[in-house]
Design a protein around this ligand. Structure first.
Ligand code: ZN
Length: 380
């Protein structure tokens, strides 16, 4: 989750009042392993491979948020290690590489000094332009992308994008001897979810639509990786029918109904949220619209391009946000496992069912200058 977009790019404006605050009718099944026994209640995963245990999630988050990953600052050593780990898992899980260097989609980036002296990054217009930047300012790495082709001869030409950002704030000023912003909740939690969705979909029934799995870089420093992806998509954006992002699902949010339940940004804007909730996924509208979360993650760039794009989250405004205390041992992995199972079900519904649509008048319009500042293509 970024403070960048809302702070410096988006004119503050009230979102529309919540049209609906649906409480889904049932809890999802508890996951296997440490999360408890499996269940037959409505909302349970349909395929065995769609089950996720607390240990599954803990293992991935513990690696991504380890001190050895150095806070995964965009383009720096720690994020390169994280990208390698994500790519190795995508390969192990059986989803195909969709980058331009194996699983990695290289992004032309240069180092900047961000707010509070943090390790920032800026997108260069091209690799040719990057060549004109002093070598010591050029950054390496990029997005980590994988693809699972759809099974339906017609629907496979359209795609669902499932994404999270794996970058975080890197290393900063020490607080009580700790200088590493581990970003366990923000957004190792969502990255782990993307990886586990890939595992489930590759091992279970093949979705009808093609599914793109994206671990994006540079979100915290201005949607850098997503802005490059938009210019270089795996499947043309005109055939990308939905973007489903996962951000900060590491702790239950009482306003979403507590453990295992989540909220969706921009819920009232499209048919996506209500359709998922109607299918039994424990998902409600964003309970804090004044926080502008719809505009504070990678989804907003896709939404401005017209693609129904939302972010699932359970961020409860905890005080470890963007501090060195966002550590792996502070997350609730039983809760997370259930939200990841919900995410798997959501992606299956989006991949197999009707494409979501904006409600009348609800497609977001980029404020003046926003398209240029995000480097988005001109409005259609
Ligand atoms: Zn963040």
């Amino acid at each position: 989750m970024s403070s960048f977009v809302s702070r410096s790019l988006v004119r503050r404006r009230a979102l529309l009042p919540l049209a609906v605050l649906l409480a889904a009718g049932c809890a999802s099944a508890a996951s296997g392993g440490a999360a408890g026994s499996s269940s037959t209640v409505a909302g349970a995963p349909s395929a065995a491979g769609d089950r996720v245990s607390a240990e599954d999630v803990r293992e991935l988050v513990s690696v991504l948020a380890a001190d050895s990953m150095e806070g995964r600052a965009t383009g720096r050593r720690g994020s390169l290690k994280a990208a390698r780990f994500i790519a190795e898992r995508f390969a192990r899980y059986g989803v195909r590489a969709a980058g331009d260097s194996g699983y990695v989609q290289r992004v032309p980036m240069m180092a900047t000094v961000g707010r509070n002296g943090r390790q920032g990054a800026a997108l260069a217009p091209s690799f040719a332009a990057l060549d004109t930047v002093p070598a010591e300012r050029r950054l390496a790495g990029g997005n980590v992308l994988a693809i699972l082709e759809g099974s339906d001869p017609v629907l496979r030409d359209s795609a669902i994008l499932v994404g999270a950002h794996y970058d975080h704030l890197g290393i900063g000023a020490a607080v009580d001897g700790d200088s590493i912003f581990n970003g366990a909740d923000d957004d190792a939690s969502g990255t782990a979810a993307v990886m586990l969705v890939a595992r489930a979909l590759a091992s279970g029934p093949r979705p009808k639509r093609t599914v793109i799995f994206g671990a994006f870089t540079g979100e915290e420093t201005g949607l850098v990786g997503t802005r490059w992806y938009i210019r270089n998509p795996v499947v043309p954006l005109a055939r990308t029918v939905a973007d489903f992002e996962i951000e900060m699902i590491g702790r239950p949010d009482s306003l979403a109904g507590g453990a295992g339940r989540a909220w969706l940004t921009g819920y009232e804007r499209s048919t996506m949220g209500e359709r998922l909730a109607a299918a039994g996924i424990p998902l409600v509208a964003d309970p804090r619209p004044a926080q502008n979360f719809f505009q504070r993650s990678d989804n907003i760039a896709f939404a401005y391009l017209g693609i129904p794009a939302h972010t699932i989250s359970t961020f409860n405004l905890h005080r470890d946000y963007h501090t060195v205390n966002d550590e792996a041992d502070r997350l609730d992995y039983v809760h997370m496992a259930r939200v990841v199972e919900s995410t798997i079900r959501a992606v299956r519904l989006l991949a197999d069912g009707a494409a979501p649509e904006w409600k009348p008048g609800q497609k977001p319009v980029a404020p003046a200058g926003m398209r240029e500042r995000l480097g988005l293509p001109a409005a259609p």
